[in-house]
Design a protein around this ligand. Structure first.
Ligand SMILES: NC(=O)c1ccc[n+]([C@@H]2O[C@H](COP(=O)([O-])OP(=O)(O)OC[C@H]3O[C@@H](n4cnc5c(N)ncnc54)[C@H](O)[C@@H]3O)[C@@H](O)[C@H]2O)c1
Length: 379
């Protein structure tokens, strides 16, 4: 099957971006939402984004108009999927809502149409099994904002056919993104499995070591090669997103995450991060504001427990055949912006020291910290 026509369900933060990158690659796109006013807003955002590319001379005005003209909007679902070969769903991250959307979609979509969900945390297989076509159902996890972020995780469910995975990977490449296949439908896929637990571990480190936020963040940035501190990254991502992801991860696998109460507390206090003016840090306006971090502060904190946490989750993905080291490093570089591979950081600490750290944490705080067999074998 060749894909020429794509329908995107949901025109919010992710949906409008996915529509834009697809139209830019030459696909005919139908954008669908439940009210025309949402679609109008989405089209305004797309126009704004394309205009910016014209101003920066990345594309011509003529190209921008052609891209824009390739996107049409529809509220009627049957109409919206009439010509599609691929439907990409980006409706809110609520399982019952997703299931309802797929039940409606399944009824009106031609039997060969492939369904791809942009879910960040929900199990692909569970959603797929509510449709009559779990073999034609796949996870396609774009990162925010889709116009800029290079990485897309592709996640086959238990019954997804290989040709559907291949087609999805080809589509991802055609929109000039880098696909990373998460070979198993595991909680958090690859990037969120590395990132979300580490935010909690940073809260534990802060509590146990009585560190300042900036000390941990400086160590994360300068010792571990992150593009920014982990608390800064959490504020940037949003405590709503992190809290929701935490619930989903914990629900499905107790070994992946050791939740710290600070995340839920910030979420309950509506301290969502940059977007609400306060999260771990306070922000004076809603413009993106960087926290002052430096190498002197970095020396005040040894982040070995954080390196151990991300490494243990990376090792888990390998041991459980969801990914391999090269793919994990690619995902971490493109999805988290890491400047240094995770396993290189681990070698700087010494894998033996990391394993010792995990064993010591396990003896104090429980089996969550037990080192993955891969790490033990790498010492
Ligand atoms: N925002 C992020 O950072 C991010 C990153 C990666 C993946 N995701 C995932 O992408 C999906 C969408 O997230 P978002 O942030 O774009 O949400 P959003 O709330 O910005 O947009 C969702 C849109 O879906 C629409 N919608 C609701 N019900 C619908 C229906 N039945 N049919 C069509 N549209 C419907 C809403 O009106 C809204 O416009 C979620 O699964 C989320 O987990 C989000």
């Amino acid at each position: 099957m060749t894909v020429k026509n794509i329908t995107v369900l949901g025109s919010g933060i992710m949906g409008h971006g996915i529509a834009q990158v697809s139209a830019t690659a030459g696909y005919n796109v139908v954008l669908r939402d439940i009210e025309q006013q949402f679609l109008d807003k989405a089209m305004e955002k797309i126009r704004w984004s394309l205009d910016k590319l014209v101003t920066k001379e990345k594309i011509s005005k003529q190209e921008s108009d052609a891209i824009f003209a390739r996107i049409t909007t529809k509220v009627d679902l049957a109409e919206a999927v009439k010509s599609a070969e691929l439907v990409i769903e980006a409706v809110p991250e609520i399982m019952d809502l997703k299931k309802k959307v797929y039940a409606e979609l399944d009824k009106v979509a031609g039997k060969d149409i492939i369904f791809a969900s942009n879910t960040s945390t929900l199990p692909i297989t569970e959603i797929a099994n509510t449709t009559t076509r779990p073999d034609k159902f796949v996870g396609i996890h774009f990162f925010n904002p889709p116009q800029l972020m290079k990485l897309v995780e592709v996640i086959p469910g238990q019954k997804t056919k290989q040709d559907v995975v291949d087609l999805t990977v080809n589509y991802v490449r055609s929109v000039k993104k880098e696909p990373v296949i998460c070979k198993k439908d595991v909680p958090g896929f690859i990037v969120n499995r590395l990132f979300i637990p580490m935010v909690h571990e940073a809260c534990w480190l802060r509590q146990r070591g009585n560190y300042k936020l900036e000390e941990i963040d400086s160590a994360v940035k300068f010792t571990m090669g992150f593009p920014m501190g982990i608390f800064e990254l959490a504020d940037f991502t949003g405590m709503d997103v992190i809290h929701k992801a935490t619930i989903e991860l914990e629900l499905r696998d107790k070994k992946v995450i050791f939740p710290h109460k600070d995340i839920e507390a910030l979420y309950n206090e509506k301290k969502l991060g940059q977007k609400s003016g306060e999260g771990f840090y306070k922000y004076s306006d809603d413009k993106y504001e960087r926290i002052q971090l430096d190498e002197t502060l970095a020396k005040k904190c040894n982040p070995i427990s954080l390196a151990a946490n991300i490494l243990n989750n990376a090792a888990w993905l390998v041991t459980n055949k969801a990914s391999d080291i090269a793919e994990i490093e690619k995902a971490a570089q493109l999805g988290l912006g890491l400047k240094k591979p995770i396993f290189d950081t681990a070698k700087e600490f010494g894998i033996k020291n990391i394993v010792n750290e995990l064993n010591s944490l396990a003896s104090k705080h429980g089996s969550f910290y037990e080192p993955d067999p891969l790490l033990i074998s790498m010492q």
